[in-house]
Design a protein around this ligand. Structure first.
Ligand code: SF4
Length: 468
């Protein structure tokens, strides 16, 4: 369900185009135009799509999830894995029929994958029914681009990277309780396996005033959980005129009045400070969860990955986190089979997992991304062998995950109740960590924080309400 919670306006020149799109689209289609936005990939893309949907609504479009009935279809794409790219091409291919039935409909592709010149060229040459391609930036110019195409202009390929962050764009958020709040865009880290710095550009932080205004609007609109988003939130503030870091931003968000919870992602261990951990410890509004991607337990591989921290530094940080926030939920990302990784390196990853005892892991077998330094490295280990290592890792984490679940049974935690569970009379919500908890209760609890004692686990925690 779409909740249009924020509409403070497009740039002045784009507002003129938006009004013209509204009039022209209605005339061409003979009805209120509909738009369908299909999102692939990470939370950053989900958040970008919410802003694109806001702009589409400002142009008079109604949102739909049905591509057949849409007059504007947009694929917001992800470039992180090859498999994701194949799915996007499959989806684009299926719009050919839709365009044959009504050539006046507009098909567009944007996001990380579209930002790559080779992809834009492929779409230009092999998918002639795609009208508009743009990358990860410039979406505030969507009214101009759509107007141009509706008025009979040619196909557009807009891959320019812009400095700064356009503010005050309309946003149509997907949820009503839990929402994304981007605090920065891009990344300066150039991990050797990662395409993000090439497709999302250098780090650009939003001003704290813009972030705090948006957080206040979300809280006033009833949001109970705000996730601050960025590729590397720990380096927030770099390049801003104001003297502020991420820890201070968190303090200021928590100082906003209201009953709400704050999460953030993603953190980079090299920029994660004890100050940040102390801020989490001291602010009950911040979720007791830290997602700190370690990627590999081997110093040799971390160096090859250009991660710029060591295994010892990572473990030291984790020890401090556990000491200061004993009930913390720890999650991480890990890559298996980086080029040149040996079983000895992989064994270091396993031992780090055993030492830290994560609640859950996002696990990936290394997938080469064209244009990244790692893609050019020799990679002698077969996919089959990497698959065996990967299975070993999953088995290791499964045991640890189950032990962590058992350890939490009998404890109480503050759950944000966000809907009905499948069983009659049961509700569902999110714990301060990453887990789902189900419990019996009145539907009036939906949208509230409730204190829940965790009593068991069956795909999700089972619990009982202690206090509302
Ligand atoms: S920190 Fe590394 S992995 Fe994360 S987005 Fe930046 S380059 Fe990619």
């Amino acid at each position: 369900m779409i909740d249009f919670t924020r509409k403070t306006g497009l740039p002045p020149e784009q507002e003129g185009y938006a009004r013209r799109v509204a009039a022209l689209a209605r005339e061409i289609y003979g009805e209120t135009p509909k738009a369908c936005v299909v999102t692939f990939g990470c939370q950053q893309n989900v958040s970008d799509s919410e802003r694109i949907k806001g702009i589409l609504i400002a142009m008079g479009y109604r949102l739909t999830e049905n591509q057949q009935e849409a007059h504007f279809i947009l694929f917001n794409t992800c470039a992180v894995r090859e498999h994701a790219e194949d799915r996007v091409y499959g989806n684009i291919g299926r719009t050919k029929l839709i365009k044959q039935e009504n050539p006046k409909k507009i098909v567009a592709v944007c996001g990380c994958m579209a930002q790559r010149q080779s992809v834009a060229d492929k779409i230009k040459n092999s998918y002639p029914y795609v009208d508009l391609v743009f990358g990860t930036q410039g979406r505030h110019r969507l009214p101009e681009w759509i107007y141009s195409r509706l008025a009979g202009g040619g196909r557009r390929f807009e891959l320019g990277m812009e400095d700064g962050v356009p503010e005050n764009l309309p946003v149509a958020r997907d949820g009503k309780l839990r929402g994304w709040l981007p605090i920065m865009y891009g990344c300066d880290n150039f991990c050797t396996y990662c395409i993000v710095p090439y497709v999302r550009g250098r780090e650009r932080s939003r001003t704290s005033a813009a972030i705090l205004d948006e957080a206040r609007e979300m809280i006033a609109a009833g949001f109970k959980e705000i996730t601050l988003l960025g590729q590397n939130v720990n380096s927030y503030g770099k390049g801003l005129e104001e003297d502020i870091n991420f820890a201070e931003l968190l303090r200021r968000v928590c100082a906003i009045e209201g009953d709400f919870r704050v999460r953030f992602m993603t953190s980079h261990p090299k920029d994660c400070t004890k100050e940040l951990i102390d801020v989490i410890r001291d602010n009950p509004k911040i979720s007791r969860h830290l997602h700190l991607p370690f990627q590999s337990g081997s110093d040799r591989i971390l160096k090859q990955m250009n991660r710029r921290y060591t295994r010892a530094r990572y473990l030291e940080l984790i020890a401090y986190v556990k000491e200061q926030i004993p009930d913390v939920a720890l999650t991480s990302d890990v890559i298996v089979g980086f080029p040149g990784e040996t079983y000895e390196d992989f064994a270091q990853t396993l031992s780090l997992i055993r030492e830290v005892r994560f609640d859950s892991l996002f696990t990936f077998i290394y997938s080469p991304r064209e244009g990244t330094p790692a893609a050019a490295l020799p990679d002698p280990v077969s996919r089959e062998e990497k698959g065996k290592w990967f299975d070993e890792l999953l088995r290791t984490q499964e045991v640890i995950g189950k032990e962590n679940i058992r350890r939490r049974i009998g404890t109480t935690c503050r759950v944000l109740c966000d809907g009905k569970a499948t069983a009659e009379g049961w509700l569902s919500g999110h714990t301060p960590g990453t887990a789902v908890a189900e419990f019996e209760g009145e539907e009036s609890l939906i949208g509230q924080f409730v204190e829940v004692e965790l009593t068991g686990f069956d795909n999700a925690y089972q619990g009982k309400v202690i206090e509302q």
